[in-house]
Design a protein around this ligand. Structure first.
Ligand SMILES: Cc1cc2nc3c(=O)[nH]c(=O)nc-3n(C[C@H](O)[C@H](O)[C@H](O)COP(=O)(O)O)c2cc1C
Length: 202
């Protein structure tokens, strides 16, 4: 009887306090619950093939936004553990790099069954400005098309994709011959926001 009374008092106190919670607190609660679910229940991974570090940086920013981890293409985990797989590569000669194509083509179709895949790449010539040449636009589309071709029969490739400019380094050191300073802070922020936007697939 005594315990029942305490329990009832506590429940009515909780209800009284719940009524005091405003819209702001409710949306905060919803957000942290969502982040909790994304982190512990649905899983995502960002895989990258990078020669000079640009693609790795972009992968890390996407992973930060998505609340997942970025792993190099030579350390690919068992993909059956993930719901969303973000795949990235750098571009060489207007195509996904050899290493990028190699890891995408080796994906195990059993492990990718019913999974969603998101594509991204970095390249020296990426230009999203309205005055980008048709040639650049066409090359960017072709890189995505080639990446998609390698995975489309194994998984569902989602519409959202990301191309980020990366400093062109002939050697693996130095700041680059073209597109110096890229990806810059703004582009890494863009990659992070891209990662955040992908949470809807989890
Ligand atoms: C050998 C080589 C070939 C490249 N070819 C192209 C190209 O055809 N088009 C382009 O836009 N960028 C090209 N780039 C630039 C890279 O795609 C760009 O610097 C990329 O961000 C490198 O990524 P990473 O630092 O992750 O290796 C090339 C770079 C190298 C080293």
């Amino acid at each position: 009887m005594y315990f029942k009374k305490i329990a009832l008092n506590n429940i009515s106190a909780i209800l009284r306090n719940l009524r005091k919670i405003g819209i702001e607190e409710l949306s905060f609660l919803r957000r942290i619950t969502n982040d909790f679910l994304v982190f512990f229940v649905s899983k995502s991974v960002v895989i990258y093939n990078s020669r000079g570090g640009n693609t790795e940086k972009v992968a890390s920013s996407i992973a930060e936004g998505l609340g997942s981890e970025a792993v190099s293409s030579d350390q690919i985990p068992d993909l059956s553990d993930y719901d969303l797989i973000v795949v990235g590569t750098w571009v060489a000669g207007g195509k996904p790099s050899g290493g990028g194509k190699e890891y995408l083509s080796k994906f195990n179709s059993e492990q990718l069954k019913d999974k969603k895949v998101v594509l991204f790449f970095t390249a020296g010539g990426v230009d999203h400005s309205p005055n980008a040449s048709d040639n650049i636009k066409k090359t960017m589309e072709q890189v995505f098309a080639e990446m998609e071709e390698l995975v489309k029969d194994k998984a569902e490739v989602v519409e959202e994709r990301l191309a980020i400019r990366g400093a062109f380094r002939l050697f693996r050191f130095g700041s680059g011959m073209f597109s110096r300073g890229h990806p810059n802070e703004e582009e890494l922020q863009q990659a992070k926001e891209f990662g955040e936007s992908l949470k809807k697939y989890l």
